[in-house]
Ligand binder design. Structure first.
Ligand code: HH2
Length: 260
């Protein structure tokens, strides 16, 4: 899954896709590199990102989404939003899935997705500290706690009428998790897979990788590929990354190792 951030302020690629045509160019390149999903988001979740209105999110998202959907690419498109109003507009344009980092915080999201019969990613996000932060969030065991909370969100989605196969789970690396939490969730991703839903894994260029390899975000695609291999080996279904070409072979190796 290739990330298309339509934001001026995302932590690794903010401002790169200012026009719909830029999004189409990058989407086409991602598909040529092997991406089968494109994830389009218009609100950054990095620490201290400015809060934006629904209208600003729609204004950034819809022209680019329409252009990407109309480009005839061999890929499906998910929309990264926590707002049902934005999700509804995106689904009306033809988006194929919703990626909700807040796991149904908007009460209108679950009924909307149930009616639309599309996949929704429910991501784990503990506490107020988003990407890169884990300070102040206490876990008895990060793996057990994340699994229990994801299972709970899955049950809420099921009760709202979302089909089981349309509920995808994501441990939410960086969202209320520090370095060691990210490593533990990567090493033990199989526990999330064992919940029985498709698992999305989003380590791309995140701070735990930056600190391991001592490089800024843009220098972390090889490190991203390394952890994606480990995730694929444990059965991750979708790898959400900024550089799908760098990750595709690593994911294939991981998937092959899983069968060895
Ligand atoms: N991470 C980010 C945003 N959305 N969605 C899922 N399902 N999983 C993730 O790990 C995830 C996500 C943060 O990364 P990015 O989109 O690159 O940054 P920003 O939030 O600054 O736009």
């Amino acid at each position: 899954m290739g990330i298309l951030n339509l934001t001026p302020d995302s932590f690794s690629d903010g401002g790169e896709l200012a026009h719909a045509a830029d999004a189409v160019t990058r989407a086409r390149a991602f598909v040529a590199e092997g991406a089968t999903w494109l994830d389009m988001g218009a609100e950054s979740t990095r620490p201290h990102a400015a809060a934006i209105s629904v209208q600003t999110e729609l204004d950034r998202l819809l022209p680019a989404l329409e252009a990407v959907l109309g480009a005839g690419l061999e890929a499906r498109v998910s929309v990264d939003t926590r707002r049902a109003e934005v999700a509804e507009a995106a689904l009306a344009l033809g988006a194929h899935a919703i990626n909700d980092v807040s796991a149904l915080s908007d009460p209108d999201m679950a009924p909307l997705v149930a009616r639309a019969q599309v996949p929704i990613v429910l991501m784990h996000w503990a506490g107020p500290a988003p990407v890169g932060g884990g300070h102040g969030v206490h876990y008895a065991s990060v793996v057990d706690d994340v699994c229990a909370q994801l299972a709970h969100r899955r049950d809420i989605a099921l009760a709202a009428g979302i089909a089981r196969h349309n509920i995808w789970l994501d441990p939410g690396l960086g969202f209320g998790k520090g370095h060691h939490h990210a490593l533990a969730l990567t090493r033990h991703l199989g526990a999330v897979v064992a919940l029985g839903q498709p698992v999305v894994f989003g380590p791309s260029r995140k701070r735990f990788l930056q600190s391991i390899v001592g490089k800024p975000a843009q220098g972390c695609d090889a490190a991203t590929a390394a952890v994606c291999c480990v995730a694929a080996m444990q059965g991750a279904a979708v790898l959400r990354v900024h550089s799908p070409g760098a990750v595709r072979d690593a994911a294939r190796v991981g998937a092959a190792l899983r069968l060895a």
